[in-house]
Unconditional design. Sequence first.
Length: 278
Amino acid sequence: MATYVIGDIQGCYQELQQLLNLIHFDPDKDVLWATGDLVNRGPQSLEVLRFFKQLGDRAVTVLGNHDLHLLALSVGIEKHKHETDTLQTVLDAPDSDELMTWLRYRPFLYYDEQFAYTLIHAGLPPQWDLFAAREYAHELEMALRSDNYIDFLRGLYYAEKSNLWSNSLKGHQRLRFITQCLTRLRYCTVDGKLALKQKGSLEENLDQNILPWFKHPKRLTTQDKIIFGHWATLGFYNENNVYGLDTGCVWGGQLTALRLEDKQRFSLSCQGILKPTL
């Protein structure tokens, strides 16, 4: 039995299957984790969703920003609908409602006691320790699974914004802040504010007042092992007690998997050329 963690797939179903063949993934024995953003921009989001759903408890996937975008579109919230979206086949599918319900019940954060790894899509602000992060993620999960989940989704787009954490934040503003961290965060300012507009690679960031969330000197999760995606321009990353696994498959990069038992890395070119990196 092996546990594999795979980076952002974004509808690249053929590459996903090629990578799983490369690592000899056995759904009867192995477990597959995903860093979120199963869908969008790639051509086969529907097939990716169906594949993970049918894996049942052999799969763990956290929610990413594109997954939430799909859920919003499914209930008519189109504020950030974009011409590059490739989600209509999901919305038109006969099992769309079933898939949306399955997606609503995915976690925002997953902690595995055996490996002591935390799986998220994007990042954690410096003010949160892991216990707090798990509690805040649970708040989102309860909201998304509730009968009022459409109101929750609407709040993600229309609630008042905040870029600095305070436990006194309430209502939709609080939920929006937590969601921004777990599904969109890459950089923070030195005083702990979210810098969500900053998206480039570490080499491109010349502002000394803005740091990657995982390099913030006051980060309370420095001793916790964290796996994340969301950051294609970062590429594969393994420092500061974190693993970044979004290697930009949908952008013509690679799709990457990490085997947790021995930390062996496997990467596949999105043009279909097998390139395992050991």
